[in-house]
Design a protein around this ligand. Structure first.
Ligand code: CUA
Length: 337
C-alpha cells in the first residue's frame, strides 16, 4: 500500500493491535452475516418463488431445535463481543502505575500540553517510546476530543472536569493528533502531532538541550513549537497576519489606529494579543503570557526581524490582507483598505 494513500492508520501503541483485532473481528462477523443473509434471501426468493397464479405458500412449523440454535448462536456471539470488548476497555481504562504524566488543555482551537518539568507545547506532544503516558485532560471552553489514530485512543475533553487516557508508544516517529469533536469554526484546524522519541532523545528534549543555534534560530523553533506557524502563514491564508517583512512596517489596527511594528508592539502582541488587533483579523490569538519567558519573547522578536521579504512587491502590506473566506468580519463589514 503506498504511503501517500494509507487506508489504515499505522499501529504505534501497545493497544493498537488489540483494538484492531476486535475491530476486524466485528467487520468480519458483520460481513459474514451480510453475505449469509443476502445470499439466503436471493436463494429462497428463487427456490420458493410463486410458479402459478394464485399459488399460496404452505405453513411450516420450525422445529424447536432450530429455534433453540438461532437463539443460542447469536447470544453466544453477542457474549463473545461483550467479553472481548470489556477486556479491551478495561485494559484501556486502567493506567499503569509507572506512567509519565502529561497535562492536556484543549481550547478553541488548539491543544496545549504541559509536562511536569514545566515544558509546554502547543499542537505538539513529545513522548518517549516504550513508556506508558497518562494524559490528564480538560478544556478551557467547549467539548473537544483528543484523537490519536496511530495509538487507537480517543477521549472527550470536557470543560470543568478531568478526563484520563493513556498510551504506550511502540514506534519512534511522528503521528497525527486530532480534535474529533466539532467545536467551532476552526475545529478542523485543531490538530497537531505526537513525536515519539528514543528515551535519551526525549531526556535531551526535556532538558531543552536541543542545539545552541542563533537567537533567531531558537525563536524560529519556538515559533513552530508554539504553533504560531499554524496561524501566521507566509501565504496570507492563515488566521493571523503574515509576519514576513512585518518588522518596522506600519500596521493598521481594528480600531483605526496605525502603529509601527517595533519590538514593543511585537512583545505586546505576543503577551496581550487582544490589546492591538490587526484590522481584518478576529481577536482569536491566545495570549502567550506565561507560556513564553521574556528571553523567549526576545527570541521570537529576533526571528520575526529575520523574516525578510523575498520577492519584490510580493508582500501585501501587513494588516491589510483580508481574513480567510470562512472567517468573515461581522455582518459583512467592508474590509479596510
Ligand atoms: Cu476542538 Cu474540535
Amino acid at each position: 500500500m503506498p504511503d501517500s494513500f494509507p487506508l489504515f492508520p499505522e499501529r504505534a501503541s501497545t493497544m493498537a493491535g488489540r483494538v484492531d483485532a476486535l475491530y476486524f473481528f466485528l467487520v468480519t462477523l458483520s460481513a459474514f452475516f451480510v453475505l449469509l443473509i443476502a445470499g439466503l434471501i436471493i436463494f429462497f426468493s428463487i427456490r420458493y418463488r410463486r410458479r402459478r397464479h394464485g399459488e399460496v405458500g404452505t405453513s411450516v412449523q420450525p422445529s424447536l431445535l432450530l429455534e433453540a440454535i438461532w437463539i443460542a448462536v447469536p447470544a453466544g456471539i453477542a457474549m463473545v463481543i461483550f467479553v472481548w470488548g470489556a477486556w479491551v476497555y478495561f485494559a484501556m481504562a486502567s493506567v499503569p502505575a509507572e506512567a509519565l504524566d502529561v497535562y492536556v488543555v484543549g481550547k478553541q482551537w488548539m491543544w496545549k500540553f504541559q509536562h511536569p518539568g514545566g515544558q509546554r507545547e502547543i499542537n505538539e506532544l513529545h513522548v518517549p517510546v516504550g513508556r506508558p503516558v497518562r494524559l490528564t485532560m480538560t478544556s478551557e471552553d467547549v467539548i473537544h476530543d483528543l484523537y490519536i489514530p496511530a495509538f487507537r485512543i480517543k477521549a472527550d475533553v470536557i470543560p470543568g472536569r478531568y478526563a484520563t487516557a493513556w498510551f504506550e508508544a511502540t514506534k519512534v516517529g511522528t503521528y497525527h493528533l486530532f480534535c474529533a469533536e466539532y467545536c467551532g469554526t476552526q475545529h478542523s484546524g485543531m490538530r497537531g502531532r505526537v513525536v515519539v522519541m528514543e528515551p535519551q532523545e526525549y531526556q535531551a528534549w526535556l532538558g531543552g538541550a536541543t542545539g545552541s543555534g542563533s537567537m533567531a534560530g531558537a525563536g524560529e523553533k519556538l515559533f513552530q513549537d508554539l504553533g504560531c506557524n499554524t496561524c501566521h502563514l507566509e501565504t496570507g491564508q492563515g488566521r493571523g497576519p503574515v509576519l514576513q517583512g512585518l518588522f518596522g512596517r506600519p500596521v493598521a489596527l481594528q480600531n483605526g489606529q496605525v502603529v509601527t511594528a517595533d519590538e514593543a508592539y511585537l512583545r505586546e502582541s505576543i503577551l496581550n494579543p487582544a490589546g492591538k488587533v490587526v484590522a481584518g483579523f478576529m481577536p482569536i490569538m491566545p495570549t502567550f503570557q506565561g507560556l513564553v519567558s521574556e528571553e523567549q519573547v526576545l527570541q521570537l522578536i529576533e526571528y520575526i526581524k529575520s523574516l525578510q521579504v523575498q520577492g519584490p512587491a510580493a508582500q501585501p502590506q501587513a494588516g491589510v490582507e483580508g481574513p480567510r473566506p470562512d472567517e468573515t468580519t461581522p455582518a459583512g463589514e467592508p474590509k479596510r483598505k
